[in-house]
Write a protein that binds this ligand. Structure first.
Ligand SMILES: Cc1ncc(COP(=O)(O)O)c(C=O)c1O
Length: 459
């Protein structure tokens, strides 16, 4: 589809046949966005309107849109070998595994899947199977996770997540496999403390929980270093290191979800590298291919991988299989995507332009309804409150209108999905190729739109 004449036909065809994720169907009947092309940080709709995509799609198009070279890589690979199951070996998947392993320290093995949810599912199963092999006298099956976290959409990843409204229509979810603890969400610290003097109360809460549950029942702790769903909650200094130490103390595997955080988003290749920790399991998706094709992986340290190695009669291999894992075309495209990221220094660029973005966003604090501005790399949240003292959240209808008005002005911004009552943070996770002029434009549109939608917020 290349011109606006086709638009009504596509809308009709779509509304009659498609179930869209999470968006109310009635809303789609009124507002249809039909995107037909993209280049760098800009996407174009069927009417020819351009939008600066402050969300890189769904936090994933890290190298930007329109890299035709990736289309060539996919086509070449498909001509050579379109598919063969990963129970055998293939060239691009082996090369991609080596690349990803190298970026994560070189002492890992990589299991390929096609989405972040699947990567986390595989990780939960690996952690349980590892525990069954290594602690046969115990029953370590629980995962400790945090409230407000999002780890995926399947039943187990939903249970691991801590967003009540996403779960309520499906509960009860699986037993007591996933136990939740306080998140490191400093603006709304669950303990009412300040990050400079809290003494990491949230990590103490995690320790109390591990002790209370019984460490011999806990297989892993899952954390997303910077929590996306609640609006880019950056943890306090020392948090990641303290969680890593806790896991070591209780023999619990540390599973770091880098599905959004990874591949340059936070200004380093992986967010946990800011703290210099070594997780046992790292899950990646999105930026691994910049969403040119579906690709994701569960990366396991060799100390854990060894548990799955033995004589075939011992039956120690991972009890996991999926049709599309290690897909040759997706692997070839992902490998080239990572090479582009490295050649163009996009993680470093994310750090530098992210600092510029954060400074620019802080100028929005002159509007009374801006309660908090936070971020790391090209990854930022602007939390809107109707009263700074009480931190009362901005009403949902207003923040929805704010996001829509920005889009009408040609700038796509996201909003937090952290539960019904915490959808009040504007979110930015743009392509890492975003320019400073584009950052200025995003901030200027926000500056113009916030007081327009909420006149009470004007300075
Ligand atoms: C932190 C995190 N983990 C896992 C997922 C699930 O990834 P997918 O949508 O590819 O299944 C997401 C999706 O946004 C995510 O943000």
């Amino acid at each position: 589809m290349s011109n606006s004449a086709d638009r009504p036909a596509v809308v009709k065809q779509d509304l009659a046949n498609v179930i869209h994720p999470i968006v109310p169907h009635k809303q789609l009947e009124e507002q249809q966005l039909v995107i037909v092309s993209g280049k760098d940080s800009t996407v174009v709709d069927a009417d020819g309107h351009e939008y600066l995509d402050g969300m890189a799609g769904l936090w994933c198009v890290n190298i930007g849109y329109g890299r035709t070279e990736l289309a060539e890589v996919a086509a070449d690979q498909m001509r050579q070998l379109s598919y063969y199951p990963h129970t055998a070996m293939n060239l691009p998947a082996a090369a991609l595994a080596e690349k990803v392993n190298g970026l994560l320290g070189g002492d890992n093995h990589v299991y390929f899947v096609s989405s972040g949810s699947e990567a986390n599912e595989a990780a939960f199963k690996f952690a349980r199977q590892y525990a069954r092999h290594e602690f046969p006298q115990q029953n370590r099956y629980k995962a400790i996770s945090r409230y407000y976290a999002y780890h995926g959409t399947t039943l187990a990843t939903l249970a691991a997540g801590g967003m009540g409204d996403r779960k309520m229509k499906f509960e009860p979810l699986s037993g007591n496999d996933f136990v939740h603890v306080a998140p490191p969400y400093c603006y709304r610290c669950p303990f009412g403390l300040e990050p400079t003097s809290c003494d990491l109360a949230c990590v103490k809460n995690m320790e109390t929980t591990i002790q209370g549950e019984g460490p011999e029942t806990v297989a892993e702790v899952i954390i997303e270093p910077v929590m996306s769903a609640v609006g880019v909650a950056v943890p306090p200094d020392g948090y990641l290191t303290a969680v890593a130490e806790l896991c070591k103390k209780y023999g619990v595997l540390l599973h770091v979800d880098e599905v959004i955080n990874g591949f340059g988003r936070t200004g380093k290749m992986f967010a946990h590298q800011h703290a210099g920790i070594k997780p046992d399991i790292v899950t990646v998706a999105k930026g691994i291919s910049s969403a040119y094709l579906p690709m994701a992986a569960t990366v396991v340290r060799n100390t854990v991988f060894q548990s799955f190695v033995g004589d075939p009669s011992e039956n120690r291999q991972v009890m996991q299989v999926n049709t599309y894992g290690g897909h040759p075309a997706a692997a070839a495209v992902s490998l080239r995507n990572i090479e582009i990221m490295l050649q163009e220094n996009l993680a470093q660029r994310s750090a530098e332009n992210g600092a510029y973005l954060l400074d620019a966003l802080r100028t929005l604090a002159r509007h009374k309804w801006v309660g908090d501005v936070r971020g790391l790399g090209l990854y930022a949240g602007v939390e809107l409150v109707t009263d700074r003292a009480s931190k009362a959240v901005m009403p949902a209808a207003q923040i929805k209108r704010l996001v829509e008005r920005c889009q009408e002005r040609g700038v796509i911004v996201g909003r937090s999905g952290g539960g019904r009552h915490l959808g009040n943070t504007l979110v930015l996770a743009p392509p890492l190729v975003l320019t400073r002029a584009e950052i200025d434009r995003i901030v200027s549109v926000l500056d113009q739109t916030i007081p327009e939608i909420c006149p009470e917020a004007a300075p």
